[in-house]
Every structure is written in structure tokens, then in C-alpha cells.
Design a protein around this ligand. Structure first.
Ligand SMILES: [Zn+2]
Length: 298
């Protein structure tokens, strides 16, 4: 076999197997660490770091678009978004609001734990949570696109002109807090176990990294179940007719059901981002952009 043929086979393998293999490895690592006595938080974060490392290697080895490789300013801003909005903010909400609300409900005699099937296997509960959490999140995402005051916040997420895994974290903190209230807090209040929440988190993280990644992949029939990169690129198109589709966060099932799934077979996505190329891209600037009317337009 010539070197060219080997390269070609490696590329085909990456395109077809990278997503399912990384996801499977993430869960195997998570299970191994839990069995070795690590905490669920640490085990899930280490699994996500491994996922991010493999996705970075894929982006370098086989990018979908050469011109989507990020520059230093983008990486710096996206790192700040990732640490503050995706890690610190949900942590602060969960140790303050969630604990406060659970105590209030308990003192009023509301036993939320009775509403969740805690007896089912962890994997089944995590699958159920994916399906259930994606439903309100799907409608919330559609609302963020439809109503101008909400779009001003969501425009932050649509501002990048190219996709790579780290910009999955680019959300305004107010939007992130609303998302958390809709798709994570109800499950924490329902008393869903930390093992289930962490398993959900491993899927949410690895899928989210892939969804925004610059990896050349072909998910085939999985594109009818998960909201992966081939679908999500269209959601970041600069044309509203294309970006008002594929709203699913983890799964694409609700888009299929409500007629918003979009994956043309005969062409590739064009330019991404907002039509307003003067929209500020820095972290601090984007804390203010939702409060300046007109910026989000076109
Ligand atoms: Zn969107």
C-alpha cells in the first residue's frame, strides 16, 4: 500500500468513525474513572478534556474548511467565554439558586423526587433526560431567533464567521442562565442523581464540541438522531432562511418532528455569522452588544 493510499484510508476512517468512537471513548473513560473511585464531576470533566483533545487533533488532521482555522484573538475570547459562561456560571447557579429552590420546595412539602424514574438504569435515565431536556430547549432556541430582544442576546452565539470546537461556549451569560433554567435546573430539582446528570453532561459536552467543530465528518443515519456538525453548520449560516433551522441542542429529533431539520445534499454551507461584519467580537464588547439596538441586524 502506498503512503497516499494509507492517508486516504485514515481520512475515511476519521470521517466515519471519529464521532461515534470519541463519544464511546468518552463514556468508557467516564465509567473507568467512576469504577476507580473518582468523583462524578472530575470523571466527567476528564472525559470531556479527552474528547476536546481528540477533536482538536481531528480538526488539525482533517479540517472541513482550511479557512475556518481560528486566530489567536478568537481563541483567547472563546477561552474566556468557555471558562466564565460554560463552567463558572452554571456552577454558581447550581450552588445557589438550585439549592435554594430545592429547600423551598421541600419545606412546602413538595417531593419533586417522585416525578423522576430513579429506578431505571443510568444509561436509560440519561437518554430520557436528553430527550426531555431538548424539548423546552428547542422551543427556547426558536424563540431566541424569532423575537428581536431575545435575538440580540443570541446574536453573540451567531457572531463567529467560522466554526471550531471552542466557540460552542460563546453565549451571553444572560442567555446561558435562561438556558440553564429551562434545560438543566428542572432535572436538578427533580432529584436526578449526579451519575445521570454527569452522563448527560459527557454527551452534551462531546456532542457540543463536535457540533461546532471544524472536523470533516459524515454521520450518515446519525444525522436523524443527534444534532451534529453537518446539521449545525447550516444553523450558523449568515442567511436567515438557512440559520432558522436545526435548533436541536443535543438531538435533532424535535426538528424532525416540527419540520425544521435542514441538510441539503447537493451543496455545502456558504458564509457563516452575522451579516453585520462590524459586530464586535471581543468578550467584554459582547457583554454589551445585546443592549445596543441595531447591531444584531444583518
Ligand atoms: Zn441559534
Amino acid at each position: 500500500m502506498t503512503e497516499n493510499e494509507i492517508q486516504k484510508r485514515v481520512s475515511i476512517l476519521l470521517v466515519l468513525a471519529s464521532y461515534p468512537a470519541t463519544m464511546a471513548l468518552g463514556f468508557v473513560l467516564y465509567a473507568v474513572l467512576i469504577a476507580a473511585g473518582w468523583s462524578v464531576i472530575l470523571a466527567s470533566y476528564i472525559s470531556l478534556l479527552m474528547g476536546a483533545a481528540l477533536i482538536t487533533l481531528h480538526e488539525i488532521k482533517l479540517p472541513y474548511r482550511e479557512e475556518w482555522k481560528p486566530n489567536v484573538e478568537e481563541i483567547s475570547a472563546d477561552t474566556v467565554f468557555m471558562i466564565t459562561v460554560q463552567v463558572a456560571l452554571p456552577y454558581l447557579i447550581s450552588i445557589s439558586v438550585v439549592i435554594l429552590l430545592s429547600e423551598m420546595l421541600r419545606s412546602n412539602g413538595v417531593a419533586m423526587e417522585n416525578f423522576w424514574p430513579n429506578d431505571l438504569p443510568v444509561a436509560v435515565q440519561a437518554g430520557l433526560m436528553l430527550l426531555a431536556a431538548d424539548f423546552p430547549r428547542y422551543w427556547l432556541h426558536r424563540a431566541f431567533h424569532k423575537f428581536t430582544p431575545m435575538w440580540r442576546f443570541h446574536a453573540v452565539h451567531h457572531s463567529p464567521h467560522r466554526l471550531y470546537w471552542l466557540n460552542v461556549g460563546r453565549f451571553h451569560p444572560i442567555e446561558k442562565a435562561i438556558q440553564y433554567a429551562v434545560d438543566a435546573m428542572p432535572f436538578a430539582l427533580l432529584g436526578v442523581s449526579s451519575e445521570v446528570l454527569a452522563a448527560y453532561f459527557v454527551f452534551y459536552g462531546i456532542n457540543g464540541f463536535f457540533q461546532h467543530s471544524n472536523c470533516r465528518v459524515h454521520l450518515g443515519p446519525l444525522n436523524y438522531i443527534v444534532s451534529g456538525p453537518e446539521l449545525h453548520r447550516w444553523h450558523h449560516s449568515e442567511l436567515a432562511s438557512e440559520s432558522d433551522t436545526n435548533f436541536g441542542n443535543n438531538l435533532i429529533i424535535w426538528d424532525v418532528l416540527f419540520g425544521t431539520r435542514f441538510l441539503p445534499k447537493d451543496r455545502e454551507v456558504g458564509s457563516l455569522g452575522l451579516l453585520n461584519r462590524k459586530y464586535p467580537m471581543g468578550f467584554l464588547a459582547q457583554m454589551k452588544t445585546p443592549f445596543i439596538s441595531g447591531l444584531e441586524k444583518e
